[in-house]
Write a protein of this length. Structure first.
Length: 427
């Protein structure tokens, strides 16, 4: 048994022994948290609510702005499912320009350290990796408060900014960010990477106590009434019931290479059975919308939609005939698309627009959950669509493999259990 505050959380700094573990106070910092729809927001929300459900006290510090929505400001403080949420004032300029991102980052970071130091009796602090200096600030606060520090790295900065041409190589900023990164890795009590490739990059930067824990699906297809939910969502999106949907859902940013998709749209559509549905936003959305005009002239059905609420994600993923991922070869080993796990959970094929040698490309090919399209072959995507239409059993096998991989390796419960083990065992 452990005593609790009226909000259902363990009293600050009090460690009450339950049947299995000592209850602790965890402070988790990320730019976004519920109800923001960012992938990291949803992952952190899942993790924090699981920790709170196990009786730990959990405090989250995040931005008051909402992911991908300019001008939106959320409540400064609230509690949800046993998690105390502290939101810092920050600009909300959206994510489609470098200046907008920098202003968002800077305003969020400005009040971060005083807020962290003001949270009492913290046992463990955890930081994610955006903004780029976030983990270093949280590590500094953890050392001042004599708390343990866990670094959950979802994006490797400054490497990815340099690789994509956003930051100049060997510039003063890059050198300083690298210095902070190495210090953070070396001093962290535990470093968590979502893939082996990303983990190897981190270890190359600095020796660290690293564990690889893949991300998980943050969506769950409905257990009943799925057909009705799919029909309702199709109607909402203006999609005809008979269309086979080729879906890309997520960020359309600089780390994503859509060359194979653009080449496909430049060719004539083979049949009128399929429709491309692109959901999300990002720096490349405008160019994709312009290219879609050419695609429509060539007979392709192409639709765009803003981000959908998390509640619709499970239905959306189950609607896909095929789901697309995209990755720029320059970003390989620096990011790993977490949307893969939702597609596996839905039991749908994953087709990667990106290099076969990439980490995610090799994963898809080795497990038979989809195919990979290198940008150098202009006809590949169209040919595979024709093959899938002509050979449904071939596509069905990809779905079977996806379901098996989710059940045996990447189920949400497996990943969350590994995470909570790291949290409660850190000394």
């Amino acid at each position: 048994m452990f005593l609790a505050n009226p909000d259902g959380c363990v009293g600050a700094g009090q460690h009450f022994v339950g049947t299995d573990v000592v209850k602790r106070h965890f402070l988790v910092v990320n730019q976004y948290y519920w109800p923001s729809i960012a992938a990291t927001s949803q992952l952190v929300t899942d993790l924090c609510e699981q920790l709170a459900g196990q009786g730990h006290q959990v405090t989250v510090v995040c931005s008051q702005s909402a992911y991908g929505v300019s001008g939106t400001q959320l409540r400064r403080t609230e509690n949800k499912n046993g998690v105390r949420i502290l939101r810092l004032p920050s600009f909300s300029f959206g994510r489609n320009t470098n200046w907008g991102r920098l202003l968002n980052y800077g305003s969020f970071s400005a009040g971060l350290l005083p807020t962290l130091l003001g949270v009492r009796n913290v046992d463990v602090m955890m930081s994610l990796s955006t903004p780029p200096i976030l983990a270093s600030v949280v590590l500094g606060a953890a050392r001042l408060k004599k708390a343990k520090f866990i670094y959950w790295c979802q994006d490797i900065y400054p490497d990815i900014a340099v690789a994509l041409g956003v930051l100049k190589s060997n510039s003063w900023i890059e050198r300083e960010l690298n210095r902070l990164k190495k210090w953070t890795l070396a001093k962290a009590d535990k470093v968590i990477a979502p893939s082996d490739g990303m983990g190897s990059v981190l270890v190359e930067k600095s020796p660290c106590d690293l564990v690889t824990i893949p991300n998980w699906s943050v969506s769950t297809p409905p257990q009943s009434g799925l057909s009705e939910a799919q029909a309702a969502l199709r109607a909402q999106l203006g999609i005809q019931p008979e269309k086979k949907l080729i879906i890309y859902a997520g960020n359309m940013g600089r780390a994503h290479d859509f060359s194979a998709l653009l080449s496909c749209w430049e060719s004539s559509a083979p049949q009128n059975e399929c429709e491309f549905l692109l959901i999300g936003d990002g720096a490349k959305k405008e160019s994709l919308e312009m290219a879609a005009e050419t695609g429509r002239q060539n007979g392709w059905a192409i639709s765009f939609s803003p981000y959908l609420p998390k509640e619709d994600l499970g239905v959306l993923l189950s609607m896909g005939w095929v789901h697309l991922l995209a990755i720029d070869v320059r970003a390989d080993r620096l990011v790993f698309p977490s949307k893969l796990y939702g597609i596996l959970h839905a039991g749908r094929p994953t087709w990667l627009l990106g290099p076969k040698r990439s980490e995610v490309g090799q994963w898809i090919l080795s497990h038979g959950t989809g195919v990979v399209f290198d940008a150098s072959n202009k006809e590949t995507l169209r040919k595979q669509i024709v093959k899938a239409l002509d050979e449904p059993a071939w596509l069905k096998q990809q779905s079977v493999n996806a379901t098996r991989m989710h059940r045996e390796v990447h189920a949400r419960e497996l990943a969350l259990d590994r995470f909570t083990e790291v949290f409660v065992e850190i000394n």
